[in-house]
Design a protein around this ligand. Sequence first.
Ligand SMILES: [Zn+2]
Length: 426
Amino acid sequence: MPASYTSELAQELAPDVLARFLRYVQIDTQSRRERTSSPSTPGQLDLGRLLVEELREAGLDDARLDENGYVVATLPGTSDGAGEGRAIGLIAHMDTSPDAPGHGVEPIVHLKYDGGVLSLPRAGTVLDPAAMPELAGKAGHDIVTSSGDTLLGADDKAGVAEIMAGVAHLAAHPELPRPTLRIGFTPDEEIGEGATLFDIPSFGARCAYTLDGSDLGELQDETFSALEVILTVHGVAVHPGWAVGKLVNALRLAAQIVAALPSDTLTPETTTGREGFIHPHEITGDAAQAQVRFILRDFDDDALERHRALLERTAKEVLASEPRARVEIDVREQYRNMRRFLTSMPEVTAAAEAAIRAEGIEPIRQPIRGGTDGSRLSEMGLPTPNIFTGGHEYHSVREWASLQEMAAAAAVVVRLAEVWSRDGDG
Ligand SMILES: [Zn+2]
């Protein structure tokens, strides 16, 4: 076995993972922020239909694409597995990010990567290991990239391909004990809607795992808690030639509020690890009315509440100098740190840890400075930590994935089934 594979099983699964991955990334499934239907774009249904077909070929006869664009399927458990009523879910998202071009993806496989600079054929895109510490360690791996002018779509088609390959392997090997597995492929995760129409009762799993992480060994049971705050300032617009004593410039007041917020702390560009932030990301409007959109993030819900209070206080203080102006503050909850929903079921994360170890990998436990489908699914009642996929540099034309790491993730799917069939009564 070449040293770059984590196990014989991973090596055995690799050709299937790669073939599926290359098929899936060539379908344009980019989601769109202004969503009027689910899914937001028809390409996601094309991938959904292909996955249903492939799931049925693998023997998952109930595979179907539901009316909202979710793919669901069941692999029944073996009699020595944990059996019915104790189903375990496996989830990945089918859409790709709207933040980089996603149409016409032409994947390139760089066999036995030599550890040097990878120059892609289009747009002068270069992957330089000097600037990418994760890539630097992958000499000898087979690296998949785009051709340089699109994203690759490893986020999250690596996860989709790994679940597909792992489940197909289990279906073909009934001698391997397993619990009932429920498969769910979601649309529109990248626009924050992956969990919105997920039918948890009919999914019927006691817990689930998203395969939507990155580095080999990552296991995440903690995400940010997230608020969106939309601040609307109403001023008084007048012809600027006759404005003396009358004009109240909403745009200027909005800018003053942003300027009055901390800038050397509590921002995404000055925080790491467990620190949260207040991030103004869009300002629009005119003298009459201006709007600032913020995202607020923290791992701790009380700290998040303090960030919200600070923002409101700052806005009100700025406005206090101008009684003719008015501010509206609209706070929307986006998702919650999944940790508190997972602490009551420690066996869920423990099983993933055991599966990763069984693959010969040391689990890496780090909180995610972001959210996943699992953040909202956990809050909605389906505890769902996140597992690595082997994809890197997401949402960019430099996105890449290691075949050896993708194969390791597919092997973790197989090992997870084994762990749950053993400990399923826990
Ligand atoms: Zn993702």
